[in-house]
Design a protein around this ligand. Structure first.
Ligand code: FAD
Length: 431
């Protein structure tokens, strides 16, 4: 994504695209948000038909939550306007190949041992002892070794592992399904040629064998024949304390990771690319060389991305606040875990903003409960938001489309998810 974004946005740069073909990409990340769809078309001009042929793309209008919370066996988290805006599901490995065709860069197929940066330039040291000096690096090497001084774990999220299986294509292709199960939840991502199933769980509470057994039971109730070998993955939920040091910009899983419940990773990567493009890359492009960068602006970029990521993680963790329609060790843990994260949250801005969004969301009829009023409610909300909070964005950063957001999420998202799970606030005495 970064190589393509730079190719198209800054054609005057000399680019090196470095990766080690013996280290595969993670191969998951098949559900997206609408911003990724818009970016993809802007960068490549590909049409839907080509994406269907090459990447087995289907359109995603929402996430369909099943068995979450105590009250509604089903609720939707839509993209807005409902039924019009959509994102894509696509085959991750095929998308990587497609994007590569639009990249204009010198390809270097080598393992990087180290990136040594003094904040002005960086030396990339390869495993064969050769090196390369550059002005700017996007470090996209996937999950880093976690270090307390550099990374902050996101404890609001109660999961850390996934079991992935593939099945045949399914008839329901309009949304990602997110089905709460006794030990976690299962994503169902429909592609044209196959369906990806991912059981997300906590491996300190359940064993891989528990998960294989329950996924098999679930697939049986769905009438899905099991195909191929299961794939087990573990993941940390974390955010980098600093994304950019003046030369090295960490992006993707290198910079942060939160479990895939809202499919936020690729979108957050895109936000990182846009922030870097807005500043400092545009400054480098216009001056024809790397100028001295202001420490103040470096700190502002870091603060913006850090705060944005913290809000994403908090919103994802919030989904677990009311448990699910299962009485099990995992759901007891997940529910109390969010309550603990909320009571221990020391960042007053996150707490106040969260409460502000939730209070606004409470005045909205939820579409599950009042579908007829929902369209009118959306209109009045957009009007109110346009007039107020939109003004507060600083000009360094990409403007959100028509809305004020908590990370990626608007008041409408708070209304659908919060009312869908029947959120009951943590008692004020404990906050
Ligand atoms: C179970 C699960 C489900 C997910 N679902 C979604 C989803 O639905 N939507 C979503 O947006 N995200 C999802 N994600 C997140 C997904 O992982 C990211 O969106 C994205 O794929 C990460 O890409 P990346 O390029 O940062 O890292 P990777 O895919 O890990 O790529 C790292 C690259 O760096 C190269 N590399 C690594 N080390 C070196 C080295 N030393 N030298 C040279 N090259 C190196 C490798 O060759 C590779 O090409 C999911 C994650 C998990 C675990």
């Amino acid at each position: 994504m970064a190589a393509l974004h730079l190719t198209k946005t800054f054609p005057s740069f000399d680019l090196y695209h470095i990766y080690d073909p013996s280290i595969p990409t993670i191969g998951v990340g098949e559900g997206t948000t609408p911003d990724v769809q818009h970016w993809l078309h802007e960068m490549t001009g590909v049409d839907s038909e080509l994406l269907q042929q090459r990447c087995h793309m289907t359109r995603k209008y929402a996430i369909r939550f099943e068995n979450w919370g105590p009250s509604h066996p089903l609720f939707m988290h839509n993209f807005y306007p409902v039924g019009q805006e959509y994102a894509y599901h696509f085959a991750a490995d095929e998308l990587v190949k497609l994007l590569q065709e639009y990249v204009v860069a010198q390809q270097i197929s080598k393992r990087v041992d180290e990136i040594v940066s003094d904040g002005v330039s960086a030396t990339i040291v390869f495993a064969d002892d050769s090196s390369l000096q550059v002005d700017f690096v996007f470090d996209a090497r996937g999950f880093p070794p976690l270090v307390e001084e550099e990374h902050l774990l996101q404890s609001a999220i109660p999961t850390n592992a996934a079991l992935i299986r593939q099945g045949p294509p399914t008839a329901y292709q309009r949304a990602t399904r997110s089905v709460a199960r006794p030990h976690g939840w299962v994503f169902i991502i429909p592609l044209l040629h196959r369906t990806a199933y991912g059981y997300i769980y906590n491996n300190t509470i359940n064993t891989p064998a528990d998960i294989e057994e329950d996924l098999a039971a679930f697939l049986q109730t769905e009438g899905v024949p099991i195909k191929g070998e299961p794939r087990q993955l573990t993941f940390p939920n974390f955010i980098s304390r600093s994304f950019f040091d003046g030369t090295v910009f960490k992006i993707g899983n290198r910079a942060s990771f939160f479990e895939p419940l809202e499919a936020t990773s690729i979108s957050f990567t895109l936000t990182q690319l846009r922030v870097a493009s807005r500043w400092p890359l545009s400054l480098m492009a216009s001056s024809g060389q790397k100028p001295a960068l202001s420490e103040h602006n470096i700190a502002t970029v870091n603060r913006y991305l850090y705060n944005y990521g913290r809000r994403l993680a908090f919103f994802i963790g919030w989904h677990y606040a009311q448990g699910a329609q299962w009485n099990s060790p995992f759901w007891h843990f997940a529910q109390s875990n969010f309550e603990k994260a909320w009571t221990e949250e020391t960042n007053q801005d996150v707490r106040e903003e969260f409460q502000h969004f939730w209070q606004n969301a409470l005045s909205f009829p939820h579409p599950v409960l009042a579908p007829d009023n929902f369209a009118a409610a959306i209109e009045s909300l957009f009007a109110a938001i346009r007039d107020s909070e939109m003004q507060e964005q600083t000009k360094l950063f990409p403007r959100q489309r028509n809305d004020s957001k908590f990370g990626l999420f608007s008041t409408l998202s708070f209304a659908e998810v919060g009312q869908g799970m029947h959120y009951q606030e943590v008692a004020p005495s404990t906050t």
